[in-house]
Design a protein around this ligand. Structure first.
Ligand code: SF4
Length: 443
C-alpha cells in the first residue's frame, strides 16, 4: 500500500499544461505530498489532460484508462486539465474508475480535491467543476513556471479572446487573463536565482498580453521590463504571437535588447485569404509579408517559426498550392503542420469535415517535404558560423543543446563535439547541417 501522502502526476499536452502540472505538484508538495515517478508507489494518481484536438483527446483518455485499470485499492485517480474542463462528467462516464474530476480553470484547487477525496469515500466521482468564466487568478502563490535544466516556461497569461473557427481553446479556458507584471518580474527573478538562463514566455496569445489590464503594447512593455533585469548573456524567448499584433514597438524592443532572442513564433495557419477568412483568422497577407520583412531588417538572423493547418473545410487544391508557394517564398526556419481536426462546439462545426483524410495526409506530406528541404538549406547556411548554445545534455563526448533558433521540444538541436556542463552557455563552431539539427565543435 503506497504511503498516504504520495502522488504521481502525468502531464499531457502543451507547455501551458506543463506549467499547470508543475503548479499543481507544487501545491501538493507544499502540503507534504511526495511526488512519485512510478504510479505503483503513489496513493494519488493525477492526469493533467489535453482536450484540444482529436488525437490529443484520445491520448488523454487512453492514459486515464490505463491508470484506472491498474489502480489498486486505496489509490485515487484524478482527471484534471482541458479534457475534463471541456467534457466534464462525460470523461468519468467514458473511463470508469476515475475518483475526481477537476477542470483546468480551477487547477489551483487540486489540494482541496485530493483532501476531500481522501476524507470521505465517494462511490460516485467527485466533480469539481465550479462555474468560472476564466482561468482563476487566485494562484495560491504557486510559481507559474516549468523548469527543465537551465530553461523555464513562464506563463504570462491564460485563456484567449480570438475567434479562430477551428479552435476549442476559448471554450476550454475562457477569455484571456493576463498575470500582473510585478508577479511575472518577481517570478523571473526567482527563476534566475534557481539558475535559469532561458526564460520562455508562454500564453495562448502572448501578443495580447496586458490588453485586459488596460495596457497598450503590453507585451513590448513586459519584455522591456524583463530585459532590463536580465543579464546580457541570458535569453528571453517569446512563443505564440498572433498575426496582426506584432507591433513596431515590440520589434523595436526586440532589436534593442540582446537578451530578447531574434526568434519569432507566429502561427499563421494558412496563407490563402479565402481559407483564412473561413478560419476567422487575420487574412491580410500584405501585413504578413510587410511585418516579416520589417522584422528581418530590424533583427539580423531572425529565426521564424510558424504552424499551418492543411485540409481545412473548403480548402481547394488552388488554395493549398498558394500555401506551398508562400512557404517556398518566405523560407521559414521552422514549420509545424497539422491536419484539420473537426471539433464540435467550435464555430467551424457547421462546415463539417469535407476534405478526405487521404487528401489531408497527402497535403501534409507535400508541405512537410517542401519545408524539410528549406530547413536543410537554411541550416547549411550556418556552416562555418559560431553560435551560442545552451547545453541541455551530453552523450559520449557530445554536448547537446539549443541555439537561439531552437525552442525546446519543437525545433532542432545543436550537437557539439567536446564536453560542456548542462546549463552552460557555450560557443559552438558549426561544421555540419542536417534537415533540422546542426553539428559542430565547442569553440
Ligand atoms: S489564437 Fe486562435 S488558435 Fe490560438 S488559442 Fe486563441 S483561438 Fe485558439
Amino acid at each position: 500500500m503506497a504511503p498516504k501522502k504520495t502522488f504521481h502526476l502525468l502531464s499531457l499536452g502543451c507547455a501551458k499544461n506543463t506549467v499547470d502540472s508543475d503548479s499543481m505538484a507544487q501545491l501538493l508538495m507544499n502540503d507534504g505530498y511526495k511526488p512519485q515517478s512510478d504510479p505503483e508507489n503513489a496513493s494519488i494518481l493525477i492526469v493533467n489532460t489535453c482536450g484540444f484536438i482529436g488525437p490529443a483527446k484520445e491520448e488523454s483518455l487512453a492514459a486515464l484508462r490505463t491508470l484506472a485499470e491498474q489502480k489498486r485499492p486505496g489509490q485515487l485517480l484524478v482527471a484534471a486539465g482541458c479534457l475534463t474542463q471541456r467534457y466534464g462528467v462525460e470523461v468519468a462516464r467514458q473511463v470508469p474508475g476515475i475518483d475526481g474530476i477537476l477542470g483546468t480553470r480551477r487547477w489551483m484547487d487540486i489540494l482541496e480535491v485530493v483532501q476531500t477525496l481522501r476524507a470521505t469515500p465517494h462511490p460516485q466521482p467527485l466533480y469539481h467543476l465550479p462555474e468560472s468564466p476564466t482561468v482563476g487568478a487566485d494562484e495560491k502563490n504557486a510559481l507559474r513556471a516549468s523548469l527543465s535544466g537551465a530553461s523555464a516556461y513562464l506563463k504570462v497569461a491564460d485563456g484567449c479572446r480570438r475567434p479562430c473557427a477551428f479552435c476549442a481553446i476559448p471554450l476550454i479556458k475562457g477569455t484571456a487573463v493576463s498575470r500582473p507584471v510585478e508577479t511575472i518580474l518577481r517570478e523571473a527573478r526567482e527563476l534566475r536565482e534557481m539558475g535559469v538562463r532561458e526564460l520562455i514566455l508562454i500564453a495562448q496569445d502572448t501578443t495580447d498580453y496586458g490588453s485586459d489590464l488596460g495596457m497598450k503594447d503590453g507585451l513590448a512593455s513586459l519584455l522591456e521590463a524583463l530585459a532590463k533585469e536580465t543579464p546580457a548573456q541570458d535569453w528571453i524567448r517569446v512563443m505564440y504571437s498572433y498575426p496582426g499584433y506584432v507591433t513596431d514597438r515590440m520589434i523595436e524592443v526586440m532589436a534593442t535588447f540582446s537578451q530578447i532572442l531574434p526568434y519569432l513564433d507566429i502561427p499563421l495557419q494558412h496563407a490563402h485569404p479565402e481559407t483564412l477568412r473561413r478560419m476567422k483568422r487575420p487574412s491580410n497577407m500584405d501585413w504578413v509579408h510587410k511585418t516579416l520583412a520589417k522584422m528581418r531588417a530590424a533583427l539580423p538572423g531572425l529565426a521564424i517559426r510558424t504552424t499551418f493547418i492543411v485540409g481545412y473545410p473548403g480548402e481547394t487544391e488552388e488554395e493549398f498550392t498558394a500555401l506551398l508557394r508562400f512557404v517556398e517564398e518566405t523560407r521559414f526556419d521552422r514549420v509545424g503542420a497539422f491536419q484539420f481536426s473537426f471539433e464540435p462546439g467550435t464555430s467551424s462545426e457547421p462546415l463539417g469535415d469535407p476534405v478526405p483524410a487521404e487528401v489531408k495526409q497527402e497535403r501534409w506530406e507535400r508541405l512537410m517535404a517542401l519545408q524539410q528541404n528549406i530547413s536543410l538549406q537554411i541550416n547549411q547556411s550556418f556552416v562555418g558560423k559560431t553560435l551560442d548554445v545552451l547545453v541541455e545534455g551530453t552523450d559520449k563526448g557530445i554536448s547537446i543543446g539549443r541555439s537561439y533558433r531552437d525552442a525546446p521540444e519543437i525545433d532542432g538541436l545543436v550537437l557539439a563535439q567536446g564536453k560542456a556542463k548542462i546549463g552552460e552557455m557555450v560557443k559552438v563552431k558549426i561544421t555540419g547541417a542536417m534537415d533540422y539539427d546542426l553539428s559542430g565543435v565547442l569553440g
